[in-house]
Write a protein that binds this ligand. Structure first.
Ligand code: PMP
Length: 337
């Protein structure tokens, strides 16, 4: 297997895989692809810096470095990846709360990360800075098993990954949809310069997976109907237990119309964003750990330590163990009548 793909165009990106990914977006209705360039990478984690680099001024330009920001609670890798390369081109600028919006401050030279649906709290967020800020919208979870799809996403710079829709996180494959040709070229060059293009083995495997997903859409083996069924049941069961608790609460999510299923669908988030309500549970992550429940502390998302994230993406066995422990925690609560 050589550096180039089997398409014979001397490219590091399979033209056929790109075509199938475009078909998948169009068939699912979760992104507008016709006026976008597609850039592959080794997971969407690699795209974080590829896109920040592509949207930043040149290292030798006279302008100051771009400021990369996100709204709390945000996916912490935006901070860790950006800080790793902090320098002449760009630096981590903290949360959007520090910078206000365009009506109050200039947003020149800002790059805002928006995750929709968000990791950790599963809400569909929009950019907050406005003005001339560039925006990178991470749509890792914008698939019908995790959220309703109100309309195809059509932002200038979008990130997707195969880690979430099919669960092939270990294959390391992500892609960006980019409107502007120059931005796409710069992002592509970043991937070429760092890894000479996404693994060809992985691209081949992704081609098989995307084709199977496409062939079964709306059929008996529709991956989205299957995934929605599993995730909806998990969310419903967890809510039923937590609704009896005065100690912990979850984010509120409502049923909503989905253009993919063509009906109102129940929520089915990938993550539960847990809040500890009691004064003594100031460190919610620690409080959960005492009940043998593994969570990711909200402080990593620059949220209060009263919040912590439970992942609902796990095996059936692990989910059952989680349910047992949450049920024990809630049953142990005692209140005077
Ligand atoms: N973005 C978000 C919002 C995520 O939750 C994750 C994975 N946890 C990623 C990007 C990275 O995914 P990958 O590198 O596997 O594509």
């Amino acid at each position: 297997m050589s550096y180039t793909t089997t398409d014979g165009h001397g490219l590091f990106q399979s033209i056929e895989l790109e075509r199938q990914i475009r078909r998948l977006h169009s068939a699912v209705g979760n992104a507008v692809v016709d006026d976008k360039h597609v850039v592959f990478a080794a997971g969407s984690i690699q795209l974080i810096n590829a896109l920040v680099h592509a949207l930043s001024p040149d290292a030798d330009a006279a302008s100051p470095p771009a400021r990369v920001v996100a709204t709390a609670p945000y996916y912490p890798t935006y901070r860790t990846q950006t800080k790793m390369f902090d320098g002449r081109e760009y630096r981590w600028g903290g949360t959007t709360a520090l910078w206000g919006n365009a009506s109050r401050n200039s947003t020149d030279g800002f790059i805002e990360f928006v995750t929709s649906p968000n990791n950790p709290d599963a809400q569909l967020y929009k950019p907050v800075l406005g003005g001339s800020a560039a925006v990178i919208v991470d749509h890792a979870y914008y698939w019908p098993h995790f959220t309703h799809i109100p309309a195809p996403a059509d932002e200038d710079v979008m990130m997707f990954t195969m880690s979430k829709p099919s669960g092939h996180a270990g294959s390391r494959f992500g892609w960006a949809l980019i409107r502007d040709q120059d931005v796409a070229k710069r992002a592509n060059k970043y991937v070429q310069d760092s890894i000479m293009g996404a693994s060809r083995d992985t691209q081949l495997r992704m081609l098989g997976i995307v084709k199977v997903m496409l062939a079964n859409l709306h059929g008996e083996e529709d991956i989205f109907a299957f995934g929605h069924g599993v995730m909806r049941t998990r969310w419903r069961r967890l809510n039923a237990v937590v609704s009896r608790s005065r100690r912990i609460s979850l984010q509120k999510m409502a049923p909503a119309y989905c253009t993919y299923f063509k009906r109102i669908r129940d929520p089915s988030p990938a993550y539960a964003w847990v809040k500890c309500e009691r004064e003594e549970d100031e460190d919610c992550h620690e409080a959960m750990l005492k009940a043998k429940i593994n969570t990711r502390p909200g402080v990593l998302n620059e949220a209060s330590s009263r919040y912590t994230r439970i992942s609902l993406l796990k095996s059936d066995d692990d989910f059952e163990a989680l349910m047992e422990r949450v049920t024990d925690l809630v049953n142990a609560e005692r209140y005077d009548a």
